[in-house]
Design a binder for this molecule. Structure first.
Ligand SMILES: *Cc1c(COP(=O)(O)O)cnc(C)c1O
Length: 220
């Protein structure tokens, strides 16, 4: 890792192919950090807390695309609905209903990814693959006009065991391949600082990278 945000970002961009979207995860970092990445042309940033993302949206340039990547409480959707560019963490039907409702209120169609649980860890959120499929099929008969499901997102178990990570990413890639044409899925969001090379090997086209760009976060 280099010693500045712009160096880290340039290095990372040089490693990834042009058809891979990089979400720079700026959670816990000050707006100056976002501006350093912005200054070299980066526009897509990820946050996991509604309040922090909304504050940055208010204070930073309006052409930034804000991606919500963290667990989202239903009662907080209203704060991000006016501006959020993509929600990666659509993990339950009740949340989808609320995003659709708030999208209608702001006359927006909100891009979402279905979060699928691939990790063994108990605390990771997401639909089971079969539940995600049921949800996609329900949307055919009961469309939610203010949501656009663009693809799927998943997080692998936090482990040094690369075989396990590969196995979990393969589960998501298989789900994506099996359902992309029937449900118009284009985005496969998988890979973070510790595992994005594996994710790219396994077909990811959107990675969410924080600490490898902005440096490590203090535990909080
Ligand atoms: C924090 C976070 C990331 C980025 O994590 P790093 O290890 O810092 O790259 C990616 N995705 C989600 C859902 C996150 O919460």
């Amino acid at each position: 890792m280099g010693d500045s945000i712009s160096q880290n970002l340039k290095q990372l961009k040089s490693e990834i192919s042009h058809n891979v979207t990089l979400v720079a995860v700026s959670k816990t970092k000050p707006k100056e950090a976002v501006l350093e990445a912005y200054a070299i042309g980066h526009r897509i940033f990820g946050e996991n807390k509604v309040q922090e993302m909304t504050q940055k949206w208010e204070e930073l340039p309006r052409d930034i695309q804000w991606h919500m990547i963290g667990h989202l409480q239903t009662n907080k959707v209203k704060y991000i609905a006016p501006y959020v560019s993509m929600i990666h963490s659509l993990d339950r039907v009740k949340l989808a209903n609320e995003i659709d409702r708030q999208g209608a209120r702001y006359r927006r169609v909100i891009d979402c990814l279905i979060q699928i649980k691939i990790a063994k860890e108990e605390e990771k959120f997401g639909f089971e693959p079969n539940e995600a499929l049921t949800f996609l099929e329900q949307l055919r008969t009961n469309p939610m006009p203010n949501i656009n499901i663009r693809g799927v997102m998943g997080m692998a178990t936090f482990t040094p065991d690369s075989e396990q990570i590969k196995h979990e990413f393969s589960l998501l890639k298989t789900f994506f391949d099996q359902n992309k044409s029937a449900h118009n899925l284009e985005i496969l969001s998988m890979g973070m600082s510790g595992d994005y090379p594996l994710a790219l090997e396994l077909g990811s086209n959107m990675i969410r990278v924080g600490s490898a760009i902005f440096g490590s976060r203090l535990p909080h």
